[in-house]
Design a protein around this ligand. Structure first.
Ligand SMILES: *[C@@H]1O[C@H](CO)[C@@H](O)[C@H](O)[C@H]1NC(C)=O
Ligand SMILES: *[C@@H]1O[C@H](CO)[C@@H](O)[C@H](O)[C@H]1NC(C)=O
Ligand SMILES: *[C@@H]1O[C@H](CO)[C@@H](O)[C@H](O)[C@H]1NC(C)=O
Ligand SMILES: *[C@@H]1O[C@H](CO)[C@@H](O)[C@H](O)[C@H]1NC(C)=O
Ligand SMILES: *[C@@H]1O[C@H](CO)[C@@H](O)[C@H](O)[C@H]1NC(C)=O
Ligand SMILES: *[C@@H]1O[C@H](CO)[C@@H](O)[C@H](O)[C@H]1NC(C)=O
Ligand SMILES: *[C@@H]1O[C@H](CO)[C@@H](O)[C@H](O)[C@H]1NC(C)=O
Ligand SMILES: *[C@@H]1O[C@H](CO)[C@@H](O)[C@H](O)[C@H]1NC(C)=O
Ligand SMILES: *[C@@H]1O[C@H](CO)[C@@H](O)[C@H](O)[C@H]1NC(C)=O
Ligand SMILES: *[C@@H]1O[C@H](CO)[C@@H](O)[C@H](O)[C@H]1NC(C)=O
Length: 871
């Protein structure tokens, strides 16, 4: 259907057009509601074959806006390219009415991508409500979504954006999916998705609809475990868990196991501050996908750290098993999956979902009242900013003109609609507000007779109908109430004979409104059509200018050249999250490290190409240079300068035996120099690059050392290239490496420079202590975050006990204290309390100068040009 035709039918035959959209939705994706907030027309998203509708019919308020043209191509989904924003009103609500009705389990996903749509470059913060209850606080600069599993108690589901005074709320898309089964139902409350992982998936970065019929988004996750996969068909027959949960076979066909049967799998995390009081529920999915020698069976026990939850599972070949944990809480949560003595095979994990439990403390207004007041709103075409969502709850967002009683359930007890341009008859819906005590309809253009049904309101004590064009007489039942003095009624200025004396009779004049309304809406239709054309042509221009700026001069490598440079991939020098790293030599003799990447989606690949080209022009003495890349559609490779001494983590983990290895221990002054080098690199990314580059995954394995032990940061900007639409879109919130992840990140998603500063603080602590960010106990059964271990000791003032024992006491105590203080400031829980990296750099340099009496340091100073180099 042509866009102009759609607009035409919407305006003239609104109900018919709406009916058409509903039919399209039903045929395309039964059980789905998919709203592209801010979109001007309906369409089918090619990426996932989901039909998106506009906001029409779901919300009355708000403005359609397009995201900034500078970033519009960062995300491929059409639905992210525009938003609906709500500059007016405290609370703006979408109303969803799924065909399957109430008391059903629904997945509801609200998607946000700020993308500087308002040109203010300031991410707003606002609250999200599900019906009358708080759901989440939103403040994302990146693409992010909030998702819950919700069982509504009414036919209408309201998703509300609440302005809390920290910026204008907006939304990119809103999705609802219907579950056929009560797989995610709690006795009370709702499940809020934190993570959903397809373990061991490496061929793509996420899976969703149409593979997952419920459109859950499964992110590829590869832990530091062994990966296994199969091409065999998983048994999805009726009656087993995969059937019930409708977990696609494709998700279950990949998995990870531990190295051997005596090593358990651990899943552990430290909930961020905002989640620390929540209970978590974990859904585990297991399938045996390896053919074990006959007679052998994989059997393991899943348990939580304090053993309040344990469950033993025995697997049969290709038969899925789902295990749902009981709710668990705490500041550090560990699940272990451990082989039983009988098994002889390592434990396996195919997929896992992490949820927190949300409470529903507020009770909505009585449904009869809600129905009646919505009827009144619709009949009289009442447009008031606050008339959205539940009429009474939460009490600070009550509709204006209403007062409620807050029993269980809350009820509407007074309604004031004086001077509100009401026309037509007094509607019977009013008499369904059965707890009404006070009703003021004065000074409107209401006509006709007073309906008898108003006398059905047993609690009505006050009725003001003054200043209306009413006729007839007062119904007997009302007259009786007035006579009995249980009702005060005012009819001044109406044509109705008075009940009592004195009764002043004054007739008012009234304006004529109706014809004006009709012609205004006709004009708007024409205007809208014209705007749409202008907008389309503008979009095209932007697309072309973007292409121009990205077409850079660098020549990419061919796969054949990469193969030759690496001597047919002869020497592996490392293995990272993205793939293997090979040693290579370019034709001009430059030694390089070649990182091969696993195949990715076509779109991700385009993004990668653009990002890689940009990173090739970023040069600084403390950043590992990207020298080239290969963008053959099947093979992707990044070619880096070679760093002879590997990564920092290796050097912090050296053993003290034999004696030769002792010599390899990094001295304190070398560590300080490495800290300064890394801070310099990060400072350049944050403050020297425009726009700033956020590393997002800074850690000791990403800090590489050259032959002189000078440090350079690697892999910067990459998470963005890969994230693009993928990670970006697969993780409910952006993630990094456990242990380095900013605790505020999970709660706010506000991925910014300060998250890198947090990770840098952890790196400093590793330099100080020699310990990894996540520390395992000797038997591997528990683990602890470095801060948990270190903070109490530092607070006691016992610095000797935190210093790396490998230093054997050889360090300058003053500079050590100083670095501990710097690291503490970098890892403060709230991002806002952390310093900028340039401040950190200044402090670190001071510490370095204070100990630079040692010959080692002088040597370094001579070697190093600390000013940023632009090549
Ligand atoms: C809601 O659905 C559940 C399970 O489908 C059922 O047990 C329960 O009785 C229903 N509750 C109401 C109020 O209909
Ligand atoms: C299965 O494993 C093979 C070899 O490791 C790998 O190439 C392939 O991509 C994996 N399949 C999936 C779906 O991850
Ligand atoms: C399992 O692996 C650990 C660590 O690699 C090793 O110490 C242990 O001996 C292995 N156990 C078996 C039974 O192979
Ligand atoms: C396995 O056997 C060892 C020694 O007999 C025992 O200590 C341990 O608790 C057993 N583990 C399980 C999971 O049964
Ligand atoms: C409304 O009440 C809630 C809960 O009592 C509170 O958190 C919120 O700040 C209030 N909002 C306003 C605008 O007063
Ligand atoms: C609601 O209550 C407030 C405070 O008691 C009062 O000022 C206001 O007039 C009432 N509104 C209605 C519609 O009754
Ligand atoms: C009533 O209509 C008049 C004239 O159209 C308008 O100026 C006024 O704002 C309206 N009042 C309300 C409460 O809608
Ligand atoms: C009824 O409404 C009119 C107009 O708003 C007002 O002047 C009058 O005082 C009201 N009557 C009572 C009894 O409050
Ligand atoms: C009616 O108004 C009078 C005078 O304001 C008051 O005394 C009386 O209580 C009212 N009656 C009712 C039923 O509210
Ligand atoms: C008042 O009502 C009468 C009879 O229904 C109608 O003829 C008249 O036009 C109305 N006046 C206004 C100003 O609405």
């Amino acid at each position: 259907m042509e866009r102009s035709t759609t607009a035409f039918s919407f305006s003239l035959l609104a109900s018919l057009a709406l009916g058409f959209v509903l039919v399209v939705r039903a045929q395309q994706n039964p059980g789905f509601i998919s709203i592209d907030c801010g979109a001007t027309n309906a369409y089918i998203e090619e990426e996932n074959n989901i039909a998106y509708e506009t906001d029409e019919g779901f919300i009355d308020s708000g403005n359609n806006m397009q995201v900034s043209t500078e970033v519009i191509y960062e995300n491929n989904l059409q639905s992210s390219k525009n938003v609906r924003s709500f500059p007016n009103g405290k609370r703006n609500c979408y109303t969803l009415r799924p065909d399957q009705g109430k008391n059903k389990t629904y997945l509801i996903r609200a998607i946000f991508w700020y993308a500087n749509y308002d040109g203010k470059n300031q991410t707003p913060q606002f609250d999200l409500y599900i019906d009358v209850n708080y759901w989440a606080t939103v403040s994302y600069s990146t693409y992010c979504y909030k998702e819950i599993m919700y069982v509504p108690q009414a036919y209408d589901i309201q998703v509300c954006l609440v302005n809390t005074g920290n910026g204008v709320p907006f939304i990119s898309a809103l999705e609802l999916r219907t579950f056929d089964d009560d797989i995610y139902r709690l006795r009370s409350g709702f499940l809020q998705t934190q993570e959903r992982y397809d373990i061991g998936l490496s061929s793509k970065s996420f899976i969703r609809y149409p593979i997952d019929v419920y459109d859950r988004i499964w992110a590829a996750q590869n832990y530091d475990w062994s990966t296994v996969n199969t091409t065999a068909a998983i048994d999805l027959s009726d009656g087993n868990d995969a059937y019930k949960y409708k977990i696609p076979g494709e998700i279950l066909r990949t998995a990870q196991t531990s190295m051997n049967a005596s090593i358990p799998l651990y899943l552990q995390w430290t909930p961020s501050i905002s989640l620390s009081t929540k209970k978590w529920i974990v859904y585990f999915y297991f399938v045996e996908i390896e053919r074990l020698t006959s007679g052998l069976q994989r059997e393991f026990t899943i348990s939580i750290n304090d053993h309040r939850f344990t469950k033993t599972v025995s697997l049969e070949y290709l038969k899925p098993v789902a295990v749902v944990s009981s709710p668990v809480g705490g500041s550090f949560i560990t699940f272990s999956i451990e082989s039983t003595n009988k098994s002889g095979n390592p434990p396996i994990l195919n997929a896992v979902e992490f949820y927190t439990v949300g409470d529903l403390p507020n009770v909505p207004t009585a449904q009869d009242d809600v129905k009646a007041i919505n009827g009144i709103k619709a009949t009289y075409l009442i447009k008031r900013e606050s008339w959205q969502g539940d009429p009474c709850v939460p009490s600070n967002y009550t509709w204006d003109g209403l007062n409620c009683s807050y029993g269980n359930p809350p009820r509407i007890i007074s309604l004031k609609l004086s001077s509100s341009n009401l026309t037509g008859d007094i509607v019977s819906s009013l008499s369904h507000l059965s707890r009404l005590e006070y009703l003021d309809l004065s000074n409107n253009q209401l006509s006709g007779a007073i309906p008898e049904t108003l006398a059905d309101l047993p609690h009505l004590r006050f009725l003001n109908l003054s200043g209306n064009n009413l006729t007839g007489s007062v119904p007997e039942a009302l007259k009786k109430r007035v006579m009995e003095k249980t009702l005060n009624m005012s009819l001044t200025g109406t044509a109705i004979p008075c009940l009592a004396d004195p009764c002043p009779q004054k007739k008012k004049k009234h304006d004529i409104l109706i014809p004006v309304v009709a012609s205004v809406s006709g004009f708007l239709v024409i205007l809208f059509g014209a705007l749409a054309v202008v907008w389309l042509s503008k979009r095209k221009q932007i697309a072309e200018s973007n292409k121009r700026t990205l077409r850079l001069k660098n020549r990419p490598f061919k796969y054949g050249e990469v193969s030759r440079v690496t001597g047919n991939f002869g020497r592996v020098i490392g293995e990272g999250g993205f793939g293997k790293v090979y040693h290579g030599t370019l034709d001009n003799g430059t030694v390089v490290a070649v990182k091969m990447l696993s195949e990715s989606s076509k779109q991700g690949y385009k993004e990668f190409q653009a990002e890689a080209q940009l990173l090739m022009i970023v040069h600084h003495g403390n950043l590992v240079s990207l020298l080239g890349y290969c963008d053959d559609s099947k093979h992707m490779a990044l070619i880096y300068e070679y760093m002879a001494n590997g990564n920092l983590r290796q050097h912090l983990s050296v053993k003290m035996q034999p004696i030769e290895d002792q010599l390899k221990v990094l001295t304190w002054s070398k560590r300080l120099q490495i800290a300064v080098d890394a801070a310099q690199g990060l400072d350049y990314l944050h403050n020297g690059c425009k726009p700033p580059i956020i590393h997002r995954d800074l850690k000791t394995t990403n800090i590489l050392l050259n032959e002189d032990f000078r440090a350079k940061i690697a892999d910067f900007g990459l998470s963005r290239a890969f994230a693009t639409e993928n990670d970006f879109y697969v993780s409910t919130c952006p993630a990094g490496t456990p242990g380095y992840l900013d605790p505020e990140l999970q709660s706010s998603g506000n991925l910014n420079k300060k998250s890198d500063v947090y990770s840098f603080g952890i790196v400093l602590f590793e330099l100080i202590t020699g310990r990894p960010a996540l520390m395992r106990s000797r038997d591997g059964s528990t683990s602890m975050h470095i801060l948990q271990w270190l903070i109490p000791i530092v607070e006691r003032g016992d610095i000797q006990s935190v210093m790396d024992p490998r230093l054997q006491g050889e360090f300058d105590i003053n500079s050590a204290w100083k670095v501990v203080e710097i690291a503490m400031s970098c890892t403060r829980p709230m991002a806002i309390q952390r310093p900028d990296i340039n401040h950190v750099l200044v402090e670190l340099k001071e510490s370095l100068v204070s100990i630079s009496g040692s010959f080692e340091m002088n040597y370094s100073e001579l070697q190093f040009d600390s000013a940023p180099m632009a090549r």
